[in-house]
Write a protein of this length. Structure first.
Ligand SMILES: Cc1cc2nc3c(=O)[nH]c(=O)nc-3n(C[C@H](O)[C@H](O)[C@H](O)COP(=O)(O)OP(=O)(O)OC[C@H]3O[C@@H](n4cnc5c(N)ncnc54)[C@H](O)[C@@H]3O)c2cc1C
Length: 463
């Protein structure tokens, strides 16, 4: 009899799970049908692109970097045209006290930057002499070593001034998070590994430079990020239903019984829950409370994305580069700005300047209270002061994400272990979780989590 593997959620995690499962099941003699259910009218989840007056507005992610094998596989399958970021995107800026400062990727040049005092620079330069944090139990929280916040890590290695200047912008750019609460080992495992391996971040970075390791360039589809899930959906070799929300999941003998918003009931032999964390926790709260309880603890703060299009005349005022991260010193309402049209010039319409501003996040919950035009007004005024724009933007596009990016706070590694252990010891039909709240928020990590979920379910269905 045909079995059914249901994937709930058509974001990158769900798509990766469904494609991987279908591929593996097709290569086996198993008679299993894959069905993907998505609550919204289109696929992509946070990968959302809107077009207006020829401009491409990325409401969620705008690019990927160093794609994992699983993300690469999805991109290849989609067949969409991919652009590589312009060389000028290597230039990055830090905005402090209303001024832009160019950042160097060379660790020693970074220390020459004029926004650090001589004392702070001397302390930072001593980083290679600061012994690595070690424990007889291991160097990672999962090995029994106490977790350390991103800010504490930077303060310990480079001094409190560097921590205050760089740690917040660093975590803003990826997590829109609070460096005092985020776990270094969970958010930046490569830095933790670098310290363990080289005893120092500066030594580790110098070693990478010596080996000729270059920072990879960002990439994105020519027609916007959502062209990937759109193309995948159009050619999927399995069934996809959109506009269908799963409202309940209950174990029923050897199956999962799913209640759908359409009023239907559906039976699944295996289930992948690839929804955002809060949705997953809610769906599983009755049948798997030990799985849902830790997931409920993961916070995902509000984030606003304000896209502004300036005329060709204004474009020359902004320096060429990727954009700027803003120091959290009370002088700015912005987390960061990406110069979209510098990163991907092919997407610029008539030489216009496209700036994408991030506002809110864990450190600025007050931004969630502002209306769209207030957020846009703050962004426009700050960019006017920073770049001297004499005109207002010709187009403004504001997106709100009430629960944008899950925060990997102190204890996150233990939390995910608890979730895994609770799933392994539960006596329910086959179930797996996928999504950005487990082992990485990037598109790459999210795609990997989907493929891993597919593998674990296929192992159960066709051992
Ligand atoms: C503003 C922003 C910028 C970002 N920038 C980048 C970037 O530049 N690069 C990068 O790598 N990453 C970036 N990220 C992170 C990345 O986009 C996300 O981590 C990733 O897309 C999450 O994918 P997902 O599949 O886990 O979840 P989602 O994309 O949230 O997908 C989950 C899906 O589940 C559906 N769903 C929920 N509940 C149900 C239900 N009950 N029944 C059916 N369906 C349901 C939802 O509708 C949704 O489509 C960014 C994120 C944001 C918010």
């Amino acid at each position: 009899m045909t079995q059914t593997l249901v994937v709930i959620g058509g974001g990158i995690a769900g798509l990766s799970c469904a494609f991987s499962a279908h591929e593996r099941l097709s290569a086996s003699s198993a008679d299993v049908r894959v069905l993907l259910l998505e609550a919204e009218s289109e696929l992509g989840g946070r990968v959302r692109t809107r077009e207006s007056a020829g401009h491409i507005f990325e409401e969620g992610p705008n690019a990927y970097i160093r794609p994992s094998a699983e993300l690469s596989s999805l991109i290849e399958r989609s067949g969409v045209e991919i652009l590589t970021a312009d060389d000028s995107a290597k230039r990055r800026f830090l905005s402090k006290g209303g001024e832009l400062h160019e950042l160097s990727t060379h660790p020693l040049k970074l220390l020459k930057s004029k926004f650090l005092s001589t004392t702070a620079k001397l302390r930072a330069a001593a980083e290679p002499t600061i012994g690595a944090r070690r424990s007889e139990h291991g160097n990672h929280p999962s090995e029994g070593w106490g977790d350390e916040s991103v800010e504490a890590f930077f303060a310990r290695r480079f001094g409190p001034k560097v921590a205050a200047t760089f740690a917040a912008p660093l975590v803003s750019g990826i997590y829109a998070g609070d460096p005092k609460r985020l776990s270094l080992a969970s958010c930046f495992p490569r830095l933790a590994q670098m310290e363990a391996q080289h005893g120092s971040i500066i030594k580790g970075m110098m070693a990478l430079r010596k080996e000729g390791v270059k920072i990879p360039m960002m990439q994105a589809p020519a027609q916007g990020m959502q062209s990937i899930p759109r193309a995948l959906g159009a050619n999927a070799p399995f069934e996809i239903r959109t506009n269908v929300s799963v409202t309940g999941v209950t174990p029923s003998g050897t199956n999962w019984s799913l209640s759908l918003s359409s009023g239907e009931e559906l039976l699944a032999d295996a289930l992948c829950v690839a929804t955002p964390n809060r949705h997953a926790a809610s769906l599983l709260s009755a049948s798997l409370p030990s799985v849902s309880a830790p997931i409920f603890k993961i916070r995902s703060p509000h984030l606003a994305v304000v896209s502004l299009i300036y005329s060709r005349e204004q474009a020359a005022l902004a320096p060429l580069g990727f954009g700027a991260l803003h120091v959290h010193d009370g002088s700015s309402d912005l987390l960061g700005v990406i110069h979209e049209s510098h990163v991907f010039p092919a997407r610029s319409v008539d030489g216009s300047l496209h700036m994408r501003v991030m506002m809110g996040g864990a450190t600025r919950p007050d931004m969630a209270e502002l209306a769209d035009d207030q957020l846009a007004g703050l962004a426009i005024e700050e960019l006017r002061k920073l770049h001297g724009f004499s005109e207002k933007p010709a187009h403004t596009h504001v997106t709100r994400w009430p629960e944008a990016i899950p925060q990997y706070e102190l204890g996150h590694s233990r939390l995910t272990q608890d979730v895994r252990a609770a799933i392994e010891t539960s006596e329910v039909p086959p179930i797996a979780l996928a999504g950005n709240y487990l082992t990485g928020v990037s598109l790459s990590d999210t795609a990997t989590s989907g493929a891993e979920a597919a593998n674990s379910l296929c192992d159960r269905l066709c051992p």
